[in-house]
Design a protein around this ligand. Structure first.
Ligand code: NAD
Length: 257
């Protein structure tokens, strides 16, 4: 069975990787729920544009993934959730002794806790429908650490742990839960951390890309949004029915080191 006619909710999908996954899902025939914490004309126009291009139903639902009740309300408002892609995420780069407490709390809430709340709300709907796919967009930083990213590395390792647990809890059901662990993708999230990385290391922005950001990525190339969307689609296919509770790295060889 393909994703055609399924309802896919992708958190944090008005930009970057989430938007790419949403567009690929729509092209494959799934009805899509886009999400972010804003509620602008552009957000709703994005939903209309994808619907017109693909012929599926696309809705934009505003929900702030830093707020537990809004995470759960997103799923309830959608009314159905066959495919849940927990993608919303933010980053902040600082040494741990200078790490702002509010940034720590926000990263843990958005990058990790939101996946708990959406998964808890979505599972009863998947069980009712007799089918479900949960895909957590973790990171190479869910498997490996880097300096100055304490909150992000903590949250992503947490998401990988949650993925294993949910995979076990649903193992006997037609539901899977997996994590995709991307290396660096050139999205607004990464573009924003180039100046911070340059500052932390006292080097130029070009040097930060070459010597720090892509230093750990043996391919020396950014992963693309399309490659990640294809990986998510694979995890939603019948071929992946026995793939659960695990991670798939799309990281140009980073985690092989
Ligand atoms: P991005 O900044 O382009 O997208 C992040 C999305 O999350 C946006 O749609 C944003 O609106 C949304 N978001 C942020 N805060 C939110 C909140 N409070 N509530 C709801 N939505 C919120 O970044 P991206 O690179 O596309 O990142 C997407 C995911 O991929 C993140 O979880 C990130 O950690 C992960 N990831 C990214 C990379 C990379 O190199 N870009 C690598 C590994 C993992």
């Amino acid at each position: 069975m393909s994703v055609k006619g399924r309802t896919a909710i992708i958190t944090g999908s008005n930009s970057g990787i989430g938007l790419g996954i949403a567009e690929e899902m729509a092209r494959a025939g799934a009805n899509v729920v886009l999400n972010s914490f804003t509620d602008s004309d552009e957000d709703h126009a994005l939903a209309r544009r994808i619907a017109e291009e693909t012929g599926v139903q696309v809705r934009y639902i505003k929900a702030d993934m830093s707020k537990p009740e809004e995470c759960r309300a997103l799923i309830e408002q959608a009314g159905a959730c066959d495919i849940l892609v927990n993608n919303a995420g933010i980053q902040h780069v600082a040494p741990i002794d200078e790490f702002p407490q509010d940034k720590w709390d926000a990263i843990i809430a958005i990058n990790m806790n939101s996946a708990f709340h959406t998964t808890a709300a979505a599972l009863p709907l998947m069980r009712k429908a007799g089918w479900g796919r949960i895909v957590n967009i973790a990171s190479a930083h869910g498997l490996r650490a880097s300096p100055y990213k304490a909150a992000y590395v903590t949250a992503k390792h947490g998401v990988v742990g949650m993925t294993k647990t949910v995979g076990l809890e649903t193992a006997k059901e037609p539901i899977t839960c997996n994590a995709v662990c991307p290396g660096y993708v050139l999205t607004p999230l990464v573009e924003a951390q180039i100046p911070d990385t340059a500052r932390q290391y006292g080097i130029s922005e070009d040097a930060a890309i070459e010597q720090v950001i892509l230093a750990k990525q043996p391919s020396k190339d950014f992963v693309t949004v399309e490659q990640l969307a294809g990986t998510v689609l694979y995890l939603c296919s019948d071929a992946a029915a026995q793939v659960t509770g695990t991670t798939i790295s799309v990281d140009g060889g980073w985690s092989a080191q």
